[in-house]
Design a protein around this ligand. Structure first.
Ligand SMILES: O=C1O[C@H](COP(=O)(O)O)[C@@H](O)[C@H](O)[C@H]1O
Length: 232
């Protein structure tokens, strides 16, 4: 496991610290290549981080933002990760960023995933920054325990792109980047908060099957060092 833990006194301080690290990486990519890319997670945890990042001084016109995973729901749906990012990140200075959605208004989630794979291919690889979350069941992105396509999603031989996922714990059908799309990011972050998630992480770090706690795929096999950001 190639991980470093960054501990903060509370979520607000973490949000600022993570926004500093992410904006520095994006600025370095813009300096080096004239463009930068970031894939972020949804859920309840990243809201304060998104708001902090949206205030950072960057040439946001050169930044592409996408999602690590998404629900197959319209952006207006309150459970849409696109909606969360639009309301909290794509505003203030970051309003000028280019957003690439995973959801498409297609007849099926499979068609939407194919459309997303095509549109994100233009972003280039690897991502400069990936910010993962983790559920209390040990899922990350939409790599859910018991997921219909979990084996394929976390197989390093599965190509970069977006695939569908269904699982009991997932609610709606999901669209998720594959493991190979995320594991080699220039800055690979796992952002978790609370003692409950810390205990889940400790269980994930212990020996056991990746299929039971898919975050283990990232902890064990990511080629980039995993930067774990945690606050109580
Ligand atoms: O379903 C999801 O949940 C995880 C974790 O969410 P949280 O509410 O516990 O922070 C998130 O990383 C993922 O992107 C999201 O789709």
């Amino acid at each position: 496991m190639n991980t470093t833990v960054h501990t903060f006194e509370n979520g607000a301080v973490l949000a600022e610290g993570l926004a500093d690290a992410v904006s520095a990486k994006l600025a370095a990519a813009i300096e080096a290549r004239g463009a930068a890319s970031i894939a972020v997670s949804g859920g309840s945890t990243p809201k304060a981080f998104f708001q902090a990042l949206s205030q950072r001084e960057l040439d946001w016109t050169k930044v592409t933002v996408t999602l690590v995973d998404e629900r197959f729901v319209r952006p207006e749906n309150e459970r849409s990760n696109h909606g969360l990012v639009a309301q909290n990140l794509l505003r203030n200075k970051a309003a000028k960023a280019h957003f690439v959605p995973l959801y498409h208004a297609a007849a099926t989630a499979e068609e939407a995933a194919a459309m997303a794979s095509q549109s994100v291919a233009a972003v280039g690889a690897p991502f400069d920054v990936v910010v993962l979350g983790m559920g209390t069941d040990g899922h990350t992105a939409s790599f859910f325990p018991g997921g219909t396509r979990l084996k394929e999603a976390i197989d390093p031989a599965t190509p970069r792109g977006v695939i569908t996922m269904e699982a009991d714990g997932a609610g709606e059908t999901r669209l998720t980047f594959t493991f190979s799309s995320l594991e080699d990011a220039g800055l690979l972050v796992l952002h978790i908060e609370g003692d409950g998630k810390k205990e889940v992480l400790a269980r994930a770090e212990a020996p056991g099957d990746e299929a039971e706690m898919p975050i283990r795929a990232m902890l064990r096999r990511a080629t980039s060092p995993l930067q774990i950001y945690w606050a109580p």
